[in-house]
Design a protein around this ligand. Structure first.
Ligand code: FAD
Length: 333
């Protein structure tokens, strides 16, 4: 039998989801966060300099603080991937992970963005075995090795700056037809001896045995046909981020970028479903903005639950709440 005593399920445990969890738990709502990880995209940077209150902090440390605070007020966590969400005839929501089903009165979608795939032969086979989507996380594994990076825009150049300080040789397979040579990041890279730029090239195939050994690339310039085989120990894919909202597309309205459409209080098109953070159609993607949206969605979700129960709505979270022990009886797990 699925658990059905949960007030609100939050999908995603990063800036948006963890802040929403804190706000709901402080209102004594029975709150469950289901997430593939704790921290989301913030884990990909060692250096956040624009989160108020911290001159400089790593994403990992900041997200740990968020989680500890939400946990201290009673939010519970399950580490899993959500694969299906639907509204039941009762008006409650069923959330399915690979192994379990959970049922709640309200839902907050805060599952952010995930790296865009390259969609070439060998990508699936070698994912985690030489194919990586996170330079900061996996770069240190390639100290003094030969690696390739494929991507476009600032994400790719930022990763190249980082990886060129680690690898003995770095091929930058740049998918755009040209690089802006005035770009500050390019200026940091252009004279480095261990970098070879392949501008306007694409990756065709990734091959190896247990791990990646070879990446085949091809020029996209019609007047300059060229193919090359790069003997490398790893390939970093930096193609930007996408909202993977397929599993909620029949539940809530999406925009043309597959982002969830919300209003200024975090309401989606479906009653009882709220959303916050990078997964929404708000154009600015920043940790502090996701956190702010998370608190807004939480207060809206809480008031939705209160209304359903015939109780009073709240307008703020200005109250002193005793930190609960993890043994509290209102916890769901
Ligand atoms: C390299 C890099 C550097 C950055 N630097 C800064 C910076 O300096 N300052 C700044 O303000 N912002 C920065 N950002 C942006 C910032 O990290 C994001 O705006 C912020 O993390 C968004 O938070 P979020 O909670 O909306 O979503 P995300 O961080 O995308 O987190 C989504 C969460 O949902 C989970 N999830 C996804 N799908 C599922 C599913 N199906 N089931 C269960 N869980 C799921 C993920 O595991 C994750 O925990 C940076 C981003 C990157 C990539």
């Amino acid at each position: 039998m699925p658990q059905d005593n949960i007030d609100c399920i939050i999908i995603g445990a990063a800036s948006a989801g963890l802040t929403a969890a804190l706000y709901l738990a402080r209102q004594s709502a029975n709150t469950l966060v289901i997430s593939k990880d704790i921290g989301g995209q913030a884990l990909l940077t060692d250096d956040i300099e624009n989160y108020p209150g911290f001159t400089q902090i790593s994403g990992f440390e900041l997200m740990n603080k968020f989680q500890q605070q939400a946990s201290a007020y009673g939010a519970k966590f399950v580490y899993d991937e959500v694969v299906e969400v639907k509204k039941l005839d009762s008006g409650k929501f069923s959330v399915r992970t690979r192994g379990e089903e959970y049922i709640s009165m309200a839902l907050i979608l805060a599952f952010g963005k995930t790296p865009r795939n390259l969609d070439v032969e060998g990508e699936e086979t070698f994912r985690g075995r030489g194919v990586s989507y996170c330079a900061v996380c996996d770069g240190p594994l390639y100290k003094k090795k030969t690696i390739a990076l494929v991507g476009i825009g600032d994400h790719a150049l930022q990763a190249a700056v980082y990886l060129s300080g680690i690898a003995s040789k770095l091929y930058v397979v740049y998918k755009g037809s040209r690089i802006n040579e005035e770009d500050e990041l390019y200026q940091q890279l252009k004279d480095k001896e261990n970098i070879e730029f392949l501008v306007n090239y694409s990756v065709e195939k990734i091959e190896g045995e247990m791990t990646v050994k070879k990446v085949s690339v091809k020029s996209n310039a019609k007047d300059k046909p060229d193919t090359r085989e790069l003997q490398v120990d790893g390939l970093f894919i930096e193609m930007g981020y996408v909202a993977r909202t397929d599993f909620v597309k029949d539940l809530v309205e999406l925009n043309k970028n597959n982002e969830i459409v919300i209003d200024k209080l975090g309401f989606t098109s479906e009653e009882g479903v709220f959303a916050a953070g990078d997964v929404t159609d708000i154009p600015y993607k920043q940790a502090v903005i996701s956190a702010g949206q998370g608190s807004t969605a939480a207060l809206s979700a809480y008031n939705y639950i209160q209304k359903k129960l015939g109780k009073t709505a709240v307008k703020s979270d200005w109250k002193s709440v005793k930190v609960e022990s993890t043994e509290s009886k209102r916890l769901v797990l």
